[in-house]
Design a protein around this ligand. Sequence first.
Ligand code: 1CP
Length: 343
Amino acid sequence: MAETKKLLRALSGETMDVPPVWLMRQAGRYLPEYKATRAEAGDFLSLCYNSDLAAEVTLQPIRRYGFDAAILFADILLLPQALGAELWFETGEGPRMSTITGAEGLKALKGKDDIHDHMAPVYETCRILSRELPKETTLIGFAGAPWTVATYMIAGRGTKDQAPAHALRQEDEATFAALIELLTEATIEYLSKQVEAGCEVVKIFDSWAGSLKGEAFDKYALEPAKRIISEMKARHPGLPCIAFPREAGDKYIGFAKATGADCVALDNSVSTEWAVENVQKDGCVQGNMAPKLMVTGGQELIDETKRIKEAFSKGPHIFNLGHGITPDADPENVTIMLEALRG
Ligand code: 1CP
């Protein structure tokens, strides 16, 4: 039977007049219904581990906008928590974690196969969603890339330049590499269960890939992505994989081929024309629109939507932002963007 889900068609290489569309962080604080459900759950982590409410917030943007894909509501930092790290969120400040500063901290973590009891509610969210999503909507599962997750585990929080992680990599590379190895293996187990529970695509978020340069990028961003994708495809033949090595710059070139990714997600620091020439030539691309347009709106939002659609129109493309939609975005701007895109 011919594939009817638009997102899966784009991921298999089809060029479409109107590309499929979804937004990173589409379930989030810019939506009043999200804030209400989060309040009902109590806090962000309780929301992540409440399968019914996590499924509810995943469905909210689908009901409101009819996006072509839903992304599982969870967080990249649940995996280190499942491995035994402490995790909490400081109101208004973001995530905080226990820190890994050397071999001792690494040794205290659990093994790659010990995560599933902790993650059971997340897998249940996937099962609910695969039952309840409209038949044309694709369910995307995800995990953080090992490097990005490691930056939080080492620093204990989000950092501007990922300095603590770079320091550990330079001062105790054996421990650093062993942490990346554990995260790579655990990510494969985690994503496999998401797929068994109904996710149809997986995406690997390497939000801090851009701070790895040269050989370090190849070793700690590209190699882990390649291993995760090749093992996922071996276990789940035909599974489409999206990679997001954010701010990789020139390292976007050839990333899909080298890792086996079916689609590379682009941030908004690269020009659209450059991406058409250097990245889309190898297959499907996603993203590239500046998230701030969802705040500022107006004619510029309409013009940019049409410009990006047109620029990527000669090849497979999934319309999305270059990073997550922000809490100050106007929900009405999403509707304006969708009208400009779909006509
Ligand atoms: O206050 C709130 O309600 C929490 C805000 C929030 C949300 C909505 C966080 C905290 N995480 C999430 C959900 C989330 N995170 C999703 C769900 C699906 C969707 O996109 O709708 C996904 C895919 C993520 C991924 C994620 N979490 C990334 C990678 C993508 C990116 O944005 O770069 C990262 C780096 C995180 C860590 C994290 N979790 C939350 C915050 C605020 C952060 C960033 C912390 C920082 O570095 O400052």
